[in-house]
Design a protein around this ligand. Structure first.
Ligand code: PDD
Length: 282
């Protein structure tokens, strides 16, 4: 499998990263996951790269040329033979390697590390069709969740809870308000209106979430970015989790609470259908 590491394409078993890389020592970096759908290719690349640019700016990581990334993921998809099947590109940038370990930034001459890979991806067809159960836990993350940082321990722990309790995902609440899932954004439907937590420093501004809001405008579905209190969950007609790998997945149960009639709802189906139409590019 080919990777792109710093300035070169390398076979994965020849790729090396310094033990002093700040990504390894401090999680001092950001990442993106972009979906590849043949025959159209990478989906929403510009939006992903724009979010990456924002993250790099916020963390003051310099020296990554965002404009180089699109041709690199295209080249990797070709080299790794994904062109006929679904795949994902993983893009990670860190503040680079520096010794001795120090919390403050290394000298500006320290080059950042850029690692890009692509891998085959099997869509979660059954979950998307039948709907899933999610857990609800407390959001213990920091208050800059708008940055897609590689510091993912709370996400890992909450996702593991889901795995151990036969759920698909964990959604979080902070001070009683729903934020998002460990790797998804949350949407709900009430009386024909789509609701999703408003953009803030407590959620990642998901690309799929943006596409879903765009779909609502296209289909004349009213939508509202609003605060969603945990206590409102029991009154929702439909719920969904949305994200690059999850697409639009119906949520039919939260902990032991059945949502709506316990089956994927009609609005969720309309949004899914429109998403696939957009992905197919027609
Ligand atoms: N996760 N919220 C969080 C915390 C995420 O990590 C993600 C994406 C999303 C959805 O964003 P988008 O629609 O841009 O993928 C929301 C990626 C897919 C991951 O960690 O693998």
């Amino acid at each position: 499998m080919w990777l792109y590491l710093n300035d070169k394409y390398v076979e994965h078993d020849k790729a090396t990263i310094s033990p002093f890389d700040r990504g390894f020592l401090f999680s001092d970096g950001i990442y993106e996951v972009v979906r590849f759908y043949p025959p159209r290719g990478f989906f929403q690349v510009e939006a992903h790269l724009e979010r990456m640019r924002y993250g790099l700016e916020q963390l003051r990581i310099k020296g990554i040329d965002i404009g180089r990334i699109r041709p690199i993921i295209e080249e990797l998809a070709t080299r790794n033979g994904h062109k006929g099947a679904q795949a994902i590109a993983y893009i990670q940038a860190t503040r680079g390697a520096y010794f001795p370990r120090q919390h403050f930034f290394p000298p500006p001459s320290t080059p950042p590390t850029l690692l890009i890979s692509t891998s085959p991806f099997k869509p979660h067809a059954e979950e998307i069709e039948k709907g899933v159960r999610v857990l609800l836990e407390k959001d213990i993350r920091w208050s800059r969740c708008d940055i897609k940082t590689i510091a993912l321990l709370p996400n890992i722990l909450s996702r593991q809870s889901a795995v151990e309790q036969a759920a698909c995902e964990t959604i979080w609440s902070r001070d009683g308000f729903i934020t998002e899932g460990t790797h998804t954004n949350f949407c709900a439907v009430k009386n024909g209106m789509l609701l999703t937590p408003r953009k803030s420093n407590f959620i990642l501004s998901g690309i799929t979430r943006q596409v879903v809001l765009h779909i609502c405008r296209n289909l004349n579905i009213s939508s509202l970015e609003a605060s969603i209190n945990e206590s409102e969950l029991s009154g929702f007609d439909e719920c969904m989790i949305v994200g690059t790998t999850t697409e639009v997945t119906p949520v039919v149960k939260i902990n032991e609470l059945a949502i709506g009639n316990g089956m994927p709802g009609e609005m969720t189906r309309r949004i899914q259908k429109e998403l696939y139409r957009i992905i197919a590019g027609n």
